[in-house]
Design a protein around this ligand. Structure first.
Ligand code: IGP
Length: 260
């Protein structure tokens, strides 16, 4: 069983508990009271490089990264540093996140917020929107063709912008065929947890330039950002480097290229 299969199995078990406690119809009912979604695309399509800053406590590859007692405080720092959007890891078992983190972040900032999780059912999409998420991640490697298409359509019906994540050529083709407007290339292979820094450069040419391309994982400096921008990235998604920095606001600003 790959790491990804293992994580998804845990996600499905937790999901079954939440579904038993709160039926989908009740989560749907909560949509009536939630703020309309914020659209990240204008900022992501604007000239220059955008930083999507992530709230991440720990990970299966790196273990504990940061305590983050109050995700809202960190998110405000990110926004003040010029983050285009904020990614909140909501997976609990391996990443130490929650939907409560997402709700707290959404209430604290004006920028769009991404639910970063292993989404395998429409329940999680409705839940994401009900918690205020503006974007949702769909990981191609975790979904069959039918599942990906169905979840992509459902997310858009809910008003969510979808970040479609790929890691190899075949997944990239599936994302492009789907019509994904926001395509994330994860340098980390979720099945082995290894980082391959050349992944973005290899896959970006397979994605038409009318899509917004996001380089994800293993990004630590402005020079890393510049390299991916040179290879066609409009945005980078950064977690570890920002949560470990004592000055998250300055770290985001430096990565956008506005610092110094
Ligand atoms: O902490 P890093 O190396 O900067 O990576 C951030 C982000 O790319 C990573 O958290 C991530 C990318 N895709 C994912 C899918 C699930 C969980 C986590 C991820």
């Amino acid at each position: 069983m790959s790491v990804l299969d293992d994580i998804v199995a845990g996600v499905r078990a937790d999901l079954a508990e939440r579904e038993a406690a709160l039926p989908l119809a009740d989560v749907r009912a909560a949509l009536a009271d939630v703020d309309p979604p914020r659209d990240p695309m204008p900022h992501l399509r604007a000239p220059g490089s955008s930083v999507i800053a992530e709230v991440k406590r720990r990970s299966p590859s790196k273990g504990d990264l940061a305590d983050i007692p109050d995700p809202a405080v960190l998110a405000k720092e990110y926004a003040a540093g010029g983050a285009a959007a904020i990614s909140v890891l909501t997976e609990q078992r391996r990443f130490g996140g929650s939907l409560a983190d997402l709700r707290a972040v959404r209430a604290a900032v004006d920028v769009p917020v991404l639910r970063k999780d292993f989404i395998v059912s429409s329940y999680q999409l409705v839940e994401a929107r009900a918690a205020g998420a503006d974007l949702a991640l769909l990981i191609v490697a975790a979904l069959s063709g039918d599942e990906l298409r169905r979840l992509h359509d459902e997310a858009r019906e809910l008003g969510l912008t979808v970040l479609v994540e790929v890691h190899d050529e075949a997944e990239t083709e599936r994302a492009v065929e789907l019509g994904a407007e926001l395509v994330g290339v994860n340098a980390r292979n979720l099945k082995t947890l290894e980082i391959h820094a050349d992944t973005f450069g290899r896959l970006a040419p397979l994605v038409p330039d009318d899509r917004v391309k996001v380089a994800e994982s293993g990004i630590f400096s402005r020079s890393d950002v510049e390299r991916f921008v040179g290879e066609g990235a409009r945005a980078v998604l950064v977690g570890e480097a920002l949560v470990k920095d004592g000055d998250p606001q300055g770290a985001v600003r430096a990565m956008t290229g506005a610092g110094a």
